[in-house]
Write a protein that binds this ligand. Structure first.
Ligand SMILES: [Zn+2]
Length: 593
């Protein structure tokens, strides 16, 4: 009768306590009697994991392997294992080596789970072995991820208020085992957020540093304005072998740090940051342009530019400034009148309808938020339950089922969190808009025109609210017809508002303000030539379109107001990209005056 060596392994106390031993023994007995074998030695490894091959290096299995190599085990003997995991969960190479060593030495490997005996190295059994080892190993990997017990304990402790991170954010210190806010830095950050609601990032930095004598750099401000730790959130990182560095675990521990910025303010600033085009340059700090990123030229479909010149506001079709609208005429309109037109009584009623319709969208969003939050709570409860069940489960198959259920649930939790985040952001952009419903047209007048800090912030808000309602506002410059185009969600609820922008006559000349000096194609060519010549003299051998364009636009603007440029008005603002080249640009050529 052939000899057999049943191999029983328990990797942890939990498995030993359970019925794993009994189950393995029963299977061994039935196999032994079925194949009429003699049990030589029962190999038992307790508390040794096969994951890193410990059982093949120490313990009974390693003793057995050595005896096989030494020729002490007779050919045709059986090694009985419950399943592949028992033999090895090591990386494939090592597993295959153990497998083929045994087979070559004349040992038959019986896998009880499969009721299969492997006794040759034909491609069939070899491939099958590879597949099984691969599966065993990846499963252990998954379990190893799952059982990063220290991490889970840490996570739990953090959620319960323990300080488990080594580095403190710059505005916090640890005192007596608790976070403590640094008042001065927190004040800087709060001020930063309130400035950022009105100004661009660079301007926020200038004002902040002027106020506190600090030296925050733009990138630091950008970093802080997006830093969710200010909301109390902590996103733990974990070392990833794959990436060779720390990567976020995707988990978020809420209320870990003390709250510095209220969530509503934080989300509002995120919306503002997102809506700004990068490198759009210095923003008009007065925020008089309440139609920023909204107003387009109805003729060419292009963007418009808001300009403050000699205390007067103008909107230009950007393309028309370089002769690129539908013809080479410059299109402009006085900003003051355009700014107020939507808030005139007759239009304001229509706008209010928009806002009312928008508030339905808002309600729907709020409902969606409630549902999403409830769903998240449910999923989290479920995940907790699964975790407990998994910890208490002795049956490996069942335990594995819990693992895969838990993985699924975690994925669903991540999706739900992303949903809530999106809804919150949409809410932030719309929410305040409907505070407008309570206002009347009159109260807008001072908000639209005042230069107070509050009015500036309100105008910035108004711009955002309008962008929450309208996709764009189309202005037909020649007829001064303004037509609104609502966002798709509101499109079918309400018809567009059509308004005509009033345009008083110029007192001195009787001309319409909108009709400015028209620069002929010939003159444009001359201007461009002169700019190129200047750039060449300044050492730029072949000035590109991108170098010429901003200077050209500035020159054109200096020509646009009705009033002739003053004799001493010699300098125009240098475009940023040219400043760095240390070019000196003093004044347009005399013929331009
Ligand atoms: Zn145009």
């Amino acid at each position: 009768m052939p000899l057999c060596f049943p191999y029983v392994r328990f990797s942890s106390q939990k498995q030993a306590d359970g019925n794993s031993d009994v189950r393995q023994s029963e299977r061994i007995e039935s196999f032994v009697s079925k194949h009429n074998l003699t049990v030589d030695t029962r190999l038992e490894d307790h508390g040794i994991s096969s994951f890193r091959g410990a059982n093949a290096k120490k313990g009974q299995l390693s003793v057995f392997l050595q005896r096989v190599r030494d020729g002490e085990i007779p050919n045709g003997s059986y090694l009985l294992i419950e399943n592949w995991d028992r033999l090895s969960r090591q990386v494939l190479d090592a597993s295959i080596e153990i497998f083929s060593d045994l087979i070559r030495s004349g040992i038959k490997i019986a896998v009880l789970d499969e009721d299969t005996v492997y006794d040759d190295l034909t491609s069939n059994s070899f491939i099958r072995a590879i597949v099984q080892f691969e599966r065993a190993h990846s499963e252990s990997l998954r379990k190893s991820d799952m059982s990063k017990a220290s991490w889970r304990a840490k996570h739990k402790a953090m959620a319960e208020g323990a300080i488990a991170t080594k580095k403190s954010p710059q505005w916090l210190v640890v005192k007596d085992g608790a976070w403590c806010k640094l008042d001065d830095i927190c004040l800087h950050i709060e001020t930063m957020f309130s400035l950022a609601q009105t100004y661009g990032v660079a301007e926020t930095g200038r004002r902040l540093n002027a106020q506190f004598g600090t030296s925050y750099k733009t990138h630091q401000i950008q970093y802080l304005l997006r830093n969710r730790r200010l909301l109390g959130e902590h996103s733990p990182v974990e070392f990833s072998k794959e990436h060779g560095k720390n990567v976020p675990t995707g988990q978020v521990v809420e209320h870990y740090y003390p709250l510095v910025i209220p969530p509503a303010t934080f989300e509002e600033v995120q919306t503002i940051l997102k809506s700004r085009k990068p490198f759009s340059g210095r923003q008009d700090a007065t925020n008089l342009n309440i139609f920023r990123n909204l107003l387009v030229c109805a003729e060419c479909g292009g963007s418009t530019r808001f300009m403050l010149r000699s205390g007067k506001e103008f909107y230009y079709c950007t393309a028309s400034m370089t002769g690129g609208c539908v013809d080479d005429q410059i299109r402009s309109i006085r900003g003051e009148f355009l700014r107020r037109v939507l808030f005139k009584f007759e239009h304001w009623t229509a706008i209010r309808d928009y806002i009312a319709a928008g508030s339905d969208v808002l309600k729907a969003l709020k409902k969606e938020e409630t549902v999403a939050v409830a769903k998240l709570t449910r999923l989290e409860v479920r995940a907790d339950g699964l975790k407990k069940k998994h910890a208490a489960e002795d049956d490996e198959d069942k335990a594995e089922t819990y693992v895969s259920l838990l993985t699924e649930t975690r994925k669903a939790i991540a999706t739900a969190k992303a949903d809530i985040h999106r809804i919150k952001q949409e809410l932030a952009s719309l929410d305040g808009a409907f505070a407008l419903t309570d206002s009347n047209a009159d109260s807008f007048e001072s908000m639209l025109t005042s230069d107070s800090e509050q009015a500036r912030t309100d105008r910035q808000r108004l711009n955002r609210y309008l962008r929450g309602i309208f996709l764009k506002l189309e202005l037909h410059f020649p007829t001064r017809k303004l037509e609104t185009q609502p966002i798709p969600a509101l499109a079918n609820r309400i018809s567009p508002v059509v308004a005509y922008v009033p345009q008083p006559k110029d007192k001195r000349t009787g001309d319409d303000y909108g009709h400015h000096t028209w620069i002929s194609k010939d003159k444009q060519v001359l201007i461009i030539k002169s700019i190129k010549a200047r750039l060449r003299r300044a050492g730029m051998s072949s000035p590109t379109f991108y170098l010429v364009k901003p200077i050209y636009e500035d020159v054109v603007f200096s020509l646009l107001p009705k009033k002739k440029p003053h004799k001493n008005h010699k300098s125009i603002e240098m475009p940023e990209e040219l400043k760095s080249e240390r070019l000196v640009w003093q004044s347009p050529d005399p013929f331009l005056k």
